[in-house]
Design a binder for this molecule. Sequence first.
Ligand SMILES: [Zn+2]
Ligand SMILES: [Zn+2]
Length: 310
Amino acid sequence: MTKFQLTILGCNSATFAYNRHHTAQLLNIHDRQYLIDCGEGTQIQLQKYKVKIKRLNHIFISHLHGDHYLGLIGLLFSMHLSHRTEPMYIYAPNGLDEILTTHLRHANTQLNFPIHFRATNPEKSEILLDEDEVLVRSFPLDHRIPCCGFVFEENHTQRRLQIDLLPPAVQPYHLVALKNGEDVEIGGRIFRSEAVTLPPKPNKKYAYCSDTRYNEAILPYIAGANLLYHEATFGSSDEERAAQTFHSTAQQAAIIALKANVNQLVIGHYSSRYEDVTPLLAEAQSVFADTIAAEEGKVIEIQNCEAMSN
Ligand SMILES: [Zn+2]
Ligand SMILES: [Zn+2]
């Protein structure tokens, strides 16, 4: 089975508290690493959880509140000092490029590796990356400053060959055609793609909703995800405060999960007013049973529905 695995590196909002770091997650899809948000201390967390940063080439930053990106400069400098030369792709709101450039100018430093910066669009969904059967899209969230969520989705389009149903005379170009759903003729006999191949592998989908107010406009983007991360900064008793600060409650996160028909929900971005997040988890589970609470070091295997029911 191909890997599709999420590691929680940080799950607190605003301040470091109760040993909970700021937001950062590492997604591993088919052994490719994607860093999602990079709060302060992320490089320490990456080291702690034995992530090889050499293989990290794409960093996605949801928005420019410090608890989501203040670890970035430290991480990039560590990469520089360890003689990285491979390009780094950073997807973030406009302004982060300016912050990085200003910092590097005042540090009188030129990194050993190029940074390719792609500004995210806080107004509409866009494809950010399409590589090796992985598609990453951004979509607008409802926060106090421009903020995007991200959807990471496998993009298997090729049918799977059943090689034992084909004759020995089969050629590589036949296989390509069959995988693309085309019928072929081998030795005067027609082989229908549908008869000798299986449908493409089911695509797994992870949706990441960092800081946002409750907003059903995000539902079309996250619908049917195998795993949804949705912030749950507050409990229901602080619903008003959540709305004022453009955040969500645990119950609201669960309502979004329910309406988006996802398989599993993980909540996080806890306010420092909660040392124990069990009540937030219970609140979410009362609406959406398959909810888990983000905890640092927790590794979540993202599975498709067939595998989950096994
Ligand atoms: Zn935040
Ligand atoms: Zn924020």
